[in-house]
Design a protein around this ligand. Structure first.
Ligand code: FDP
Length: 414
């Protein structure tokens, strides 16, 4: 493997797209060169032409194999790697995106193991720092962020990363090719860690925006503006979104725009195995998942909606059930499988609620829509919101289509 390069530069700048002043910094992270397909074994390709030709060749020789084949042996495993290769053969994704997804899955495996052993490896409790949003970082927040960054840098196909735990987007230097933009929350729901309750990682992957190529390494300020602009894309442009749930089992759920697929980590083999092909969220579901402690701070439309869910007269004597873990990934995963609605409204203290658009609401909404559900801010589709800043918050109502529509029948009136 070629030598690892590390350069660091910091500069203040202005996010040109939004016209808003934002202190920004570019930090290049260590990047092994030409570590083609290291995480996954995917074929390296150096440019668009090469990429097209690899896909074309694969399609020419292997299209029939892309169809789900019946198992030929009880020991056959349909893993995430197999699934990615088949999608690459079909031309749904290129080898570079497959490599990025594979490196995310590697990060998730590593985090799953850290979460599992947190109590015995002194990884519970706070790290002693706050993130840019003023939240106390847990030790595992910091470690998980490091794990994500390392995996994404070493796959050689990531141009920029933006994380809940980083003040600003980070440019990955010396990327081999691909330049994908990855946004992520490395450990969501981390206030649950010390109690051993479900947590998760959330990620979204974008292509670099054509208006702001990220190769101007010599001018750090321009470089930073380009990074911010690349990261601040609406969710409708996501190429891939997913999450990994660390719970009684470790489950990775993702979409590349052709449905939603879930893979469970087989700890004996160390691979994610396809367990939830083509997940469809029930159209309706009588479970709501809101932090009702904030009821008194909600506006009247959300209060009226909540009151209606709990009114037995409206629902033939059976009101909705409440379920709230306080971990978005856990609450969303249950909603995806059982139906219902998850909500984090704005309130009198925080008019945009708590959840972050780029690395929480948009990826989850892409998954919800791909599973036949919906994601709304209460007044508009989450995927249509144009981010103005990296850590922007929006209200989120997500889940079964009819349930989100019912919520909107209250919130859109006001
Ligand atoms: P956490 O602060 O523990 O990381 O966005 C973060 C999040 O958890 C979500 O996972 C969770 O749904 C929400 O915050 C919980 O917030 P409340 O404690 O305000 O309900």
């Amino acid at each position: 493997m070629a030598a690892t390069m590390l350069r660091t530069s910091t500069q203040s700048g202005i996010a040109a797209k939004s016209g808003r002043k934002e202190a920004v910094s570019v930090r290049a992270v260590a990047q092994p060169q030409r570590q083609a397909g290291a995480a996954s074994g995917f074929a390296a390709s150096s440019g668009a032409a090469a990429r097209r030709s690899v896909v074309a060749q694969a399609t020419a020789v292997a299209t029939p194999a892309a169809k789900p084949a019946a198992k030929t042996s009880q020991y056959e495993l349909f893993t995430l790697t197999t699934w990615l290769l088949k999608e690459e053969m079909k031309g749904t994704i290129d080898g570079e995106l497959a490599t990025v997804i594979s490196s995310v899955s590697l990060a998730c495996k590593q985090i799953a193991s850290l979460v599992n052993r947190a109590g015995i490896s002194n990884l519970t409790g706070v790290a002693g720092n706050q993130n840019v949003q003023g939240e106390d970082q847990k030790k595992l927040d910091v470690v998980s962020n490091e794990v994500f960054k390392n995996c994404l840098a070493s796959c050689g196909r990531t141009g920029v990363i933006a994380s809940e735990e980083e003040d600003q987007p980070v440019a990955v230097e010396e990327t081999y090719s691909g330049n994908y933009i990855v946004v992520f929350d490395p450990l969501d729901g981390s206030s649950n860690i010390d109690a051993g309750i479900s947590v998760g990682s959330i990620f979204g992957i974008y292509e670099p925006s054509e208006e702001c190529p990220i190769d101007a390494m010599d001018d750090p300020q321009k470089m930073m503006e380009q990074c911010v602009m690349n990261v601040c894309q609406p969710g409708s442009r996501l190429k891939c979104a997913g999450y990994c749930l660390y719970s009684s089992s470790t489950v990775m759920v993702l979409t590349i725009g052709n449905g939603v697929f879930g893979f469970t980590l087989d700890p004996m083999v160390g691979e994610f195995v396809l367990t939830h092909p083509n997940v469809q969220i029930p159209e309706v579901g009588k479970i709501y998942s809101f932090n009702e402690g904030n009821y008194g701070l909600w506006d009247d439309s959300v209060k009226a909606y909540m009151d209606s869910l709990k009114d037995p007269k409206k629902w033939d004597g059976k009101p909705y059930s409440a379920r709230y873990i306080g971990s978005l990934v856990g609450d969303f995963h249950r909603t995806l499988l059982y139906g219902g609605i998850y909500g984090y409204p704005g309130d009198a203290k925080n008019k945009n609620g708590k959840l972050r658009l780029l690395y929480e609401c948009a990826p989850m909404s892409f998954i919800a829509e791909q599973a036949g559900g919906a994601g709304s801010t209460g007044t508009e589709r989450v995927l249509d919101v144009n981010p103005e800043k990296v850590h922007q918050r929006v209200p989120l109502f997500i889940g079964s289509k009819k349930e989100v529509e019912y919520l909107e029948s209250f919130t859109k009136k006001h």
